[in-house]
Design a protein around this ligand. Structure first.
Ligand code: ATR
Length: 279
């Protein structure tokens, strides 16, 4: 009998996960199917009961359920607890076990552009919401030496720094202060939604003080190249969009569910095609 996987989110209409996972299932000859379920927040508990009753083998969780879902699971992995959010669930003989592959997916894609010693480079994260949390805690856990956080609301950056249990040099900065000291950083990561379609002209942070050769990573993938990345490229930055993180989190979930290593570049190609780019 085939296995069923899914995505719980609201909305899910534009998700690229079904096409990415279903292509990989057929590519690897696995009798599995992935479906996106649009679950209203009030129905989340019932949806999890349904998953148990129907015996789905695993699922992803996306906005707005990544925190709320934790109430309804049987076990939660330590890293997901530290991040405070779950994006991947594995059904182990009826036990629903929650993980977070967002930060790890990001780390894999960052290493691809920044090289094996990326954890020794001084980084700046812009934003202090859910996405920043996953990235910051995972990089700190992996042994990053110095990551500052710049956010519009300074208290949220301070909170994120004090919640992190791993040793790291880190200070909170206002956006203006970060802009003035941008030459300090070798890697700058945008985790805010600033620059995402349809408000594509907005910048999360001005880059005029950036050193050429700095790595700019934007977790946005719609548009594929934000104005921020475009400006950065003009100033001599190496840039990466959010496709790598998206594929990275999906590939890790796929491997946890099926115990098979997916073809990362095929996944990336299919996502790029969906987004109207070519790779
Ligand atoms: P996610 O889960 O995608 O990280 P989130 O938890 O709502 O979403 O966090 C959004 C982040 O983007 C926050 O850091 C937010 O800044 P505040 O903490 O000040 O709200 C930041 N953000 C969103 N819109 C912004 C804007 N127009 N200008 C600056 N920062 C913005």
């Amino acid at each position: 009998m085939g296995k069923l996987y899914g995505l719980l989110g609201h909305p899910v209409g534009h998700s690229m996960s079904p096409i990415m996972h279903n292509d990989q299932f057929s590519f690897l000859g696995l009798d599995c199917y992935y479906h996106a379920f649009d679950v209203h927040p009030e129905e989340l508990e019932n949806a999890v009961k349904g998953i148990r009753a129907l015996g789905l083998s695993g699922f992803n969780v996306t906005i707005p359920h990544k925190v709320e879902i934790m109430k309804y699971l049987d076990e939660i992995d330590e890293e997901a607890l530290q991040i405070g959010a779950v994006n991947t669930v594995v059904n182990r003989e009826g036990k629903l076990c929650g993980y977070n592959t967002d930060g790890k997916g990001f780390a894999v894609s960052l290493q691809n552009i920044a090289g094996p010693d990326f954890l020794n480079k001084k980084m700046l994260i812009i934003g202090a919401g859910g996405a920043a949390r996953g990235i910051f805690v995972t990089l700190a856990r992996k042994g990053a030496i110095a990551i500052d956080i710049a956010n519009r609301t300074l208290e949220k950056a301070e909170q994120l720094i004090s919640d992190n249990p791993y040793p790291i040099q880190s200070c909170s900065r206002s956006i203006k202060e970060a802009e003035e000291n941008l030459q300090e950083y070798q890697i700058i990561i945008n985790t805010t939604s600033v620059g995402m379609s349809p408000k594509i002209e907005e910048l999360p942070l001005q880059l005029s003080n950036m050193k050429p050769g700095t790595i700019l990573s934007d977790i946005i993938y719609n548009p594929l190249e934000t104005k921020w990345l475009k400006d950065g490229k003009t100033l001599g930055a190496l840039t990466q969009n959010g496709v790598g993180m998206f594929v990275g989190q999906g590939a890790l979930a796929f491997e946890m569910w099926t115990k098979e290593k997916p073809d990362f570049s095929r996944m990336e190609q299919i996502v790029m095609k969906q987004l109207g780019g070519n790779k």
